[in-house]
Design a protein around this ligand. Structure first.
Ligand code: ASP
Length: 417
């Protein structure tokens, strides 16, 4: 009975997505642009925002509580260290692979060669100062955890939660009542998410039709080669890289994974936010893919903040594209620098819409390309953000399955069901 109800919500979300796309395209063709803007302002924006705010309401407390529980419930510091190191290695490695594929494919397709005319017609981009790369690390340590929570500084919250969880483990029995309370809060938060998700079909409809109504399909056609290059690499990463990882590292059937995981990808796609997808991602991993709770509540919040393969792909393609448009070739050392900085930039990218483009300035600056180059790709980024977010969260879920399997904590009956 419960299963049936869940299925129908998934179908409703998909329906919301298709209807939203249809409605967006239709209004773009039939209605005056001014009327489109008014519909967005009065109907779609409020509906989409209520849904997004509903999910965001949960994200900070959920990341805090689930990471504390995740870290503490591993129960053994050695095991925690092992899972932590394996997860970080997997995240870094898949991100580096993603950028490398992105750069090789972009070199081959050369979407930016002969694109000098794009520079004149580019949308204006106000470049803010690129953050210094080492600051990403230093700023991970909060000076005031309450302030981090209030401001939603995810990396700082993660660091604090992990240290808190480790300390609970070290204290042991005496801190058990506290852990019980945090676990109960976690349960309540998951319940709230269930309620918010009932609104997902409408929210997804509003979010997607808004993007199509405001952006139009024509921005895509101008930068079609650039956009297609990114989409191609995103597809390679989502299907081939994660597929192979699941098959050879996780020793599980990748098709089953995708069959069960795609509704979460739809949510990532329509919200463009890894953070907003955390709740559904965790639930799908545990309930449908059979991953263990302690590993899931550790790897998913961590991945949503630190592991952004889709974003790294965009940055790899964009860097080569910009270098081609401006006619500034990059040396091999500079290409290696791009791999390194884009991997770090993906750690520093918050899991919310559009941030990948801001951290791209860090990569461009590092290799001496003009930061204004971002203005070239600004027009299509909204749509690409949606697709890359779906890939970002798939990476996190694949890691969760692989880590659970490697710790003998994957329920294969659930996974294969
Ligand atoms: N929207 C992406 C995410 O939340 C981040 C980005 O690439 O802008 O995963």
């Amino acid at each position: 009975m419960k299963q049936k109800k869940k299925m129908s919500l998934t179908i409703k979300v998909l329906l919301g997505l298709f209807l939203g796309v249809g409605f967006g395209i239709l209004s773009n063709i039939v209605l005056e642009p001014q009327l489109n803007k008014e519909i967005v302002r009065w109907v779609l924006d409020p509906l989409g925002n209520v849904f997004l705010r509903g999910i965001k309401m949960i994200v900070v407390p959920l990341v805090l509580c689930s990471l504390i529980c995740g870290t503490a419930s591993v129960g053994d510091i050695k095991k925690l260290g092992r899972v932590g190191i394996k997860t970080l290695l997997y995240y870094t490695f898949t991100t580096a692979i993603a950028i490398t594929i992105a750069m090789v494919v972009t070199k081959v397709i050369s979407p930016g060669v002969g694109g000098q005319s794009l520079i004149a017609g580019a949308t204006e981009f106000k470049s803010s100062k690129a953050p210094f790369i080492m600051d990403v690390f230093v700023n991970m340590v909060p000076t005031n955890p309450i302030e981090s929570l209030v401001k939603g500084e995810m990396l700082q919250i993660i660091v604090f939660a992990i240290i808190f969880g480790i300390s609970i483990t070290l204290i042991g029995k005496k801190a058990k009542p506290l852990l019980d309370v945090v676990e109960q809060i976690n349960e309540v938060l998951l319940k709230i998410i269930g309620i918010v998700m009932l609104f997902a079909p409408v929210g997804v409809f509003a979010l997607i039709s808004k993007v199509i109504m405001l952006q139009g399909v024509d921005v895509l056609t101008k930068l079609i080669k650039y956009a297609l290059t990114i989409i191609l690499v995103l597809a390679i990463q989502a299907v081939v890289v994660y597929g192979l990882a699941l098959k050879f590292l996780g020793k599980v059937n990748p098709v089953k994974f995708y069959k069960k995981f795609w509704p979460v990808m739809v949510l990532g796609f329509s919200t463009s936010s890894s953070n907003a997808s955390i709740p559904m991602n965790m639930e799908t991993c545990e309930k449908k893919l059979g991953t263990s709770q302690s590993i899931t509540s550790f790897t998913i919040p961590l991945g949503a903040t630190m592991n952004m393969d889709g974003t790294a792909i965009m940055q790899g393609v964009a860097t080569i594209f910009i270098s081609q448009v401006y006619g500034i070739p990059l040396t091999f050392t500079q290409l290696l620098m791009v791999v390194l900085t884009a991997t770090l930039a993906s750690v520093g990218t918050a899991g919310v819409p559009g941030v990948g483009l801001i951290t791209l300035s860090m990569v461009l600056q590092q290799v001496g390309l003009p930061v204004e180059g971002i203005s070239l790709v600004l027009g299509v980024d909204r749509i690409l953000d949606m697709i890359r977010t779906a890939v970002n969260i798939t990476g996190d879920a694949s890691a969760t399955v692989i880590m659970s399997k490697s710790e003998n904590e994957l329920d294969l009956d659930v996974y294969n069901s």
